[in-house]
Write a protein that binds this ligand. Structure first.
Ligand code: FAD
Ligand code: SIN
Length: 524
């Protein structure tokens, strides 16, 4: 099936690009599972933008660079932050019902921000944004939305019927999850907007499908990836034996929440950083981890019960309701929390037009490394990145449309040498194993020895998974396992190369930060 442009992913980045392209081009949006299955729908805190009279772009840029421990590319930081107010205006036009105070949008605060600058829809901003973008895409006849399509690999010059030797990307092979058949979808341009790789870790706030598919597909096709060692851990994921990945938004700390040691009741952040609970995320996550490990705790406490009950309920209605359902009244008692993987700062290397290394391939959102986040993402800068780069990629494609060739005939997916799997148990076993050793060996605090252990296991598993992949029909689980393993390898290889501690990469073997900040760029 041929379209003008294919977008893989229906989150904030993919749908923003679709809306901009759909003005005059025929766009196909493919999504694994449902159209609302990405992280976008789960975002809580909000979107960062300079909207307060006392705030400036310079402040937001400085906060972003401080959080990113100097690894950010200044040009990208400026590019994104200066476009934030426009992105918010656009969302308002699309009908996102941001909270307001009189004539102004209400701004909340999160860690690492020197000013109030987070626009939000209560504590469920992502769902409101996802709904508004989907509504607008559904109303556009140029945009076709196809859920239940798990893309397996990019179609490149290697798959042309008459091999031309070009490194061009022509679309994707995608598994129709309802029929089990793999289809070739071709287009003049392809945009990856597949989100992060958080599920490579045992504990993550990210949805199940965050398996780094776009990063792995781009890498296999020959694109460079960068800074994959910079995995962000959120300090406050709910600790609950049944509900494993429910985030407690940083805005709870922004609105006055304290972190307490449950054994002593001590408010410990003063022992770690003068910015207390509003220090950047890497600092707070490490502090929580240190308290838990030192005292052998299961969790630490996040307490906002000193604020008036009505204030808490008004600011955090969804979290309040969810916790009440679990028997925790946050207006009266502290919330048990632990750190969990939250965001993939590294990814496919892109420029300011969203272009990857491969002709015809663009990327936007969490699957990329654009230079915005550096060694640690500032809270609420990631949805913003999706809007800015979704638009930027679309603008570049539209402006250069005449230079894009029509795709040549490509080979159909070859299933002649595979059979149905008779050992699904291998997938489950390997998936569990990867996530566990990544958590234990490649987590918040690292050592070279642990990274080497992880690398060794990845090598063994890769042989097994490639053998399995070569013999059996693909399923979504198998596609995800293969990509998780690929991403685990990219993370570990990147972590082994960084001989310093910076931002989210903290290793006991190299605790110092080098004078010059350098990206870890892996070349396929
Ligand atoms: P996603 O929204 O993750 O979408 C990925 C899309 O790609 C999905 O449609 C998925 O189905 C599709 N896909 C993936 N693989 C394939 C494949 N193989 N084939 C086809 N389709 C595929 N950021 C903020 O700025 N503010 C916040 O308040 C905030 N809160 C957060 C709360 C939580 C719990 C989480 C997990 C993240 C939060 N973040 C927040 C981060 C932010 O939500 C994400 O970075 C952002 O939504 C990513 O958007 P995206 O469009 O890049 O990808
Ligand atoms: C949160 O609400 O704490 C998440 C914000 C973010 O990840 O940017």
């Amino acid at each position: 099936m041929q379209h003008d442009v294919i977008i893989v992913g229906s989150g904030a980045a993919g749908l923003t690009a679709a809306l901009a392209l759909g003005q005059d081009l025929k766009v196909l949006v493919l999504a694994k599972g449902t159209l609302t299955g990405g992280s976008t729908a789960w975002a809580q805190g909000g979107i960062a933008a300079v909207l307060d009279a006392g705030d400036t772009f310079e402040n937001h840029i400085r906060d972003t660079m401080i959080a990113g421990a100097g690894l950010n590319r200044l040009e990208t930081v400026e590019f994104v932050i200066e476009r934030a107010p426009h992105a918010i205006d656009r969302l308002v036009e699309l009908g996102v019902p941001f909270n307001s105070e009189g004539e102004h949008l209400h701004l909340t605060r999160e860690g690492g921000h020197s000013h109030r600058r987070i626009v939000h829809v209560n504590d469920a901003t992502g769902w409101a944004v996802q709904e508004a973008l989907l509504r607008a895409c559904e109303a556009n006849p140029n945009i076709t939305l196809l859920p239940n399509r798990a893309c397996v690999d990019l179609i490149t010059g290697r798959h042309e019927e008459r091999y031309s030797g070009s490194g061009r990307v022509w679309g994707v092979y995608a598994l129709d999850e309802t029929t089990g058949k793999v289809e070739a979808h071709t287009a003049r341009a392809t945009v990856l907007a597949t989100g992060g790789a958080g599920r490579v870790y045992q504990f993550s706030t990210a949805p199940r499908g965050a398996t780094g598919d776009g990063i792995a597909m781009a890498w296999r096709a020959g694109a460079r990836v960068s800074n994959m060692e910079m995995m962000q851990f959120h300090p406050t994921c709910l600790y609950n034996l049944d509900v494993k990945n429910f985030l407690i938004t940083e805005a709870v700390r922004g609105e006055g929440g304290h972190l307490l040691n449950p054994r002593t009741g001590h408010r410990y952040m003063a022992d770690y950083d003068e910015r207390l609970e509003l220090a950047p995320r890497d600092v707070v996550a490490r502090a929580n981890d240190a308290e838990i490990k030192r005292d052998g705790l299961d969790y630490v406490h996040l307490d906002i019960s000193h604020q008036p009950a009505d204030f808490v309920k008004a600011h955090f209605p969804n979290i309040y309701e969810k916790l009440m359902g679990l028997g925790i009244d946050m207006t009266k008692q502290p919330i048990p929390v632990v750190p969990a993987q939250h965001y993939t700062c590294g990814g496919v290397l892109i420029d300011l037009d969203g272009r990857t290394d491969l002709p015809g391939l663009y990327a936007a959102g969490e699957c990329t490394e654009s230079g915005l986040h550096g060694a640690n993402r500032l809270a609420s800068n990631s949805l913003l990145e999706c809007f800015v780069f979704g638009e930027a990629a679309a603008a570049h494609i539209r402006a250069n449309w005449d230079s894009f060739d029509a795709p040549p005939p490509v080979r159909a997916w070859d299933e002649s040498r595979v059979t149905n799997s008779d050992e699904e148990v291998i997938i489950k076993q390997n998936w569990t194993e990867i996530r566990r050793f990544m958590w234990n060996y490649v987590g918040i605090v690292r050592t070279t020895k642990r990274l080497e252990r992880a690398a060794h296991r990845i090598k063994l598993l890769t042989d097994e998974v490639e053998d399995y992949y070569g013999h059996f029909r693909v399923s979504t689980d198998l596609i995800e396992l293969r990509n998780l393993l690929q991403c685990a390898d990219l993370i570990v290889q990147s972590a082994l190369r960084r001989k310093e501690s910076r931002g989210l990469h903290y290793t006991l073997d190299y605790p110092q930060t080098l004078k010059i900040a350098r990206d870890t760029v892996l070349v396929p």
